[in-house]
Write a protein that binds this ligand. Structure first.
Ligand code: APR
Length: 251
């Protein structure tokens, strides 16, 4: 693995624009389950019944039962060494932008400043009726949080069947087209349009470095360097290797 870490560090060292695309796997070591692993959320909740906008509008009380479980885990979660390592890469000038599919705010909590949130952020709730916004923390005591107007509130996350925020989509494709290196961290790459980012980056010549516990559909099709193992160990090893090399100009 150390040879692969050295190769990955060299690729980041030589890259003039580096992105990271992160998925639920990067937050597993913060206590938040991912979705598609054996112990993932979708092993206990059918996404067709709990994660679509239709399901939420049809039976918000039922969907809030799952959302409350996630919300408690997110409320207790703290950034792990993988989040902290990506924030350090940003500070050292080796990472230009994080694009995350996660809604747990842990990249920002770790100190990362440049984070595109593809699927929104669970930290705030909005009223589908009058549009009022609330902090999730302020509504944590209500099993089914309601707006002052009486409507059931919806977390500001993207459900299946909803659009990705247009600005996030546009900016991420612009960056993917110009990237020279892309870190893929803790994602099964099963969900579009996030999973088209590595395809676009690869087409434009970027080096794809994948960090995952197991191989994914991308590993054999477009990954250049596969770092197998937990992100909370692999990313700090990558940071340590980069710190042995010549610092980025201006850092
Ligand atoms: N370190 C690295 N990778 C890990 C770790 C870990 N500690 N733990 C799990 N993984 C990997 C799993 O092997 C899997 O490949 O993370 C990946 C998580 O995949 P998913 O559960 O499918 O999560 P994600 O790719 O983020 O899903 C994308 O699907 O359900 C929707 O909106 C949801 O944003 C989510 C999207």
């Amino acid at each position: 693995m150390s040879g692969l870490i050295a190769r990955a560090a060299a690729a980041l060292h030589g890259s003039r624009l580096t992105l990271a695309l992160t998925g639920a796997g990067i937050s597993v070591e913060s206590g938040i389950p991912d979705f598609r692993s054996a112990a993932g959320l979708w092993a206990r909740y059918d996404p067709a019944e709990y994660a679509t906008i239709e399901a939420f509008l049809q039976d918000p009380r039922k969907v809030w039962a799952m959302l409350r479980e996630m919300d408690q885990l997110i409320a207790q979660a703290r950034p792990n060494p993988a989040h902290l390592g990506l924030a350090e890469l940003e500070r050292l000038g080796w990472l230009d932008q994080i694009i995350t599919q996660n809604v747990d705010n842990l990249h920002q909590a770790a100190g990362a400043a440049r984070v595109i949130e593809y699927h929104g952020n669970a930290g705030t709730l909005s009223c589908p009726g009058c549009g009022r916004s609330y902090r999730a923390a302020a509504k944590r005591k209500e099993a089914v949080p309601r707006c002052r107007c009486g409507m059931v509130l919806k977390p500001d996350v993207v459900f299946f069947g909803e659009d990705i925020p247009a600005a996030a989509l546009e900016r991420s494709f612009q960056l993917a087209s110009a990237a020279e290196a892309l870190l893929l961290v803790g994602t099964s790459a099963e969900v579009a349009p996030a999973n088209t980012i590595p395809v676009l980056a690869k087409e434009r010549g970027a080096i794809i470095i994948e960090i995952n516990l197991e191989r994914t559909p991308l590993t054999d099709s477009l990954t250049d360097i596969f770092l197998e193992g937990p992100a909370a160990a692999t990313i700090p090893a990558l940071v340590a290797e980069l710190k042995k090399m010549k610092p980025k100009a201006g850092n």
